[in-house]
Design a protein around this ligand. Structure first.
Ligand SMILES: [Zn+2]
Length: 471
């Protein structure tokens, strides 16, 4: 009979208002990556209030490690709290910005950090009640959405002595995360030309924006000749100021992704060739700066199976009838085609769930999922055995990074999914702390998957100033 974290479950219930309050506060703050100082401070203060010791991470803004207990085993919970730009939204079913052109929690990281907080404090209570040895860590990880704070922390060796790290991500279904994630590099490409009057003497100008456009032409033609599961996307962050001035400077921010790190390295070279070719064509010069670099995830079946057991025991979100009604209303804000495509992608039968607002069961399919996105959790997974899951924090069919997601991350739907996540992590935490054999199996699998390759990263040594200045 496996241990059941009864005290922890009760404590999460007792601390419900605190956990929900933290999530809502971070939701309101909606701070961008590497600027999430207040969000980090809220969580750190609350952990301090629960008896954890806080250590800042030197050189990385808004990062900290909270620790309680002593000795082995060491169990880490990962917390995130950064928002995304341009998706501000009120907590309601109609589209309306909370702050004009402001940021919003369109990935639900307000819930992510608060649930990991809930798990950490509840497991501490359980350990005190059972007089259990070991250390709990809450990693306050900034900048998941840009830069990748965990990569910095992994390079500092902060995860190396962990027996296991657990985390989760808000989603629209309850399931363990299996399979990998895409490796990704973030590049900033800046072209330098010279200004001129765009009508009076354009022949004297050399347009940096022309270079950006020609580089993109190259990239667009490249798409047909790159692996089908690779991805490249970009935004022009500086395209000049006014049409009558030939732009002397223009820059583009690109993400290059692929299922394996090596593929991203190859694609980067081809993107740089496009940039250099465009510079030659336009008589401009070009600079390429690496802004971020994330690995693909090494998953861990041993831990994933454990998470599924825990999910089945304590992981069903406790939605109210009000949550269900709201979810149906949110579901109606996306077209049926869009909803069905999303259900299919997530492994749910589109016909069975077409009219359903919320996923209230546990999806037990443990086959490898498509690595749709990227995450800096991947870098942690190269340092210690790591596993993740998602819970339903939004209506079925809710698109990622959308205003609908921001709204639900600030409502009861998100809160219930978050509390379920806290219970699952506390339950799994107890199993891991008390079962040495389970930890050993997870470690053995981790070593097999890394193949003994030590963790390295091509993250730039200094944090690019671009992140610190943007709005
Ligand atoms: Zn996210």
């Amino acid at each position: 009979m496996e241990a059941h974290a009864k005290t922890a479950m009760q404590y999460i219930e007792d601390k419900r208002d605190l956990i929900v309050g933290l999530s809502d506060r971070v939701w309101e703050l909606a701070e961008l990556s590497l600027q999430e100082h207040e969000s980090a401070a809220c969580l750190a203060e609350a952990l301090c209030g629960e008896g954890f010791t806080i250590t800042e991470v030197e050189g990385l803004p808004a990062a900290f490690v909270a620790e309680w207990g002593s000795g082995e085993p060491i169990l880490g919970f990962l917390g995130e709290y950064d928002a995304l730009p341009g998706v501000s939204q009120k907590a309601q079913v109609e589209r309306e910005e909370l702050v004009p052109r402001g940021a919003g929690h369109a990935c639900g990281h307000n819930l992510l950090g608060a649930a990991s907080f809930g798990a950490a404090i509840a497991l501490k209570k359980e350990m005190e009640a059972g007089n259990l040895p070991g250390t709990i860590r809450f990693y306050g990880c900034p900048a998941e959405e840009a830069y990748g704070g965990k990569v910095f922390m992994a390079r500092e060796g902060l995860f190396d002595d962990c027996d296991v790290c657990l985390t989760w991500h808000p989603g629209s279904i309850n399931r363990v995360r299996t399979g990998s994630s895409l490796a990704i590099d973030g590049l900033m490409v800046t072209f330098y030309g010279r200004t001129a009057h765009a009508s009076g003497d354009p022949y004297n100008g050399r347009s940096a924006l022309d270079a950006v456009q020609l580089m993109n032409m190259g990239i667009e033609f490249m798409r047909e000749h790159m692996p089908p599961d690779a991805r490249i996307h970009y935004t022009i962050v500086d395209g000049g100021r006014q049409p009558n001035v030939v732009p002397a400077v223009a820059s583009e921010w690109l993400y290059v992704r692929g299922p394996e790190k090596d593929m991203v390295v190859d694609l980067n070279e081809r993107v740089v060739n496009c940039a250099e070719g465009a510079a030659q064509m336009t008589d401009t010069t070009v600079e390429v700066e690496v802004l971020s670099s994330l690995w693909h995830t090494l998953n861990n079946r041993t831990l994933e199976n454990q998470l599924l057991d825990c999910m089945k025991r304590v992981g069903r979100p406790q939605f109210s009838s009000e949550d269900r009604e709201l979810a149906e209303a949110f579901s109606r804000t996306v077209s049926m085609d869009q909803k069905k495509a999303s259900l299919r992608k997530q492994g749910l039968d589109p016909e069975e769930y077409a009219e359903c607002g919320l996923h209230e069961s546990i999806l037990e399919d443990m086959s490898d999922q498509e690595p749709g996105g990227s995450t800096d959790v991947a870098d942690v997974s190269w340092c210690c055995p790591t596993a993740q899951f998602s819970t339903a924090c939004a209506a079925l069919g809710t698109p990622g990074h959308s205003w609908q997601l921001v709204a639900q991350a600030g409502l009861g739907i998100g809160h219930e999914g978050m509390l379920a996540a806290a219970r699952i992590m506390a339950e799994a935490g107890l199993a891991l702390l008390t079962d040495e054999e389970l930890r050993a199996r997870a470690k053995k699998e981790f070593e097999e998957r890394t193949g003994g390759i030590p963790y390295t990263t091509s993250l730039p040594d200094e944090i690019p100033s671009f992140y610190l200045e943007r709005k």
